[in-house]
Ligand binder design. Sequence first.
Ligand SMILES: [Zn+2]
Length: 112
Amino acid sequence: MRWRDLILEVANEIIRLEGGTVPVTDIRIVPAQTFFDMSHGTTILEENGDIALRVAVDRPPAEVGDTIIHELAHVLLGREHIDNPDHGPRFQEIYERLKKKYLDTVTGDLPP
Ligand SMILES: [Zn+2]
């Protein structure tokens, strides 16, 4: 399966399991280690309200998995949070919970 489809499926499965109300509609795979701002992932709120994740995948699977979990924590906080992201206590709580529950699964699903 292609990276994009694979990550899209895993992302929406986690959102469903966590009772999230906002699905991810697109995954943009970037064959690089980082973006120009040195980040590894971004959550994008499209003008039509759709949500896309952009993920730099030229890294070890565990790191890519961690980036996906990080971005999903932003998504689970809700649409209004996405254009104004912070990494405060609520974010950390969700991120740590997702990491414990899903990081191994997400990482194991990624192509080596
Ligand atoms: Zn973030």
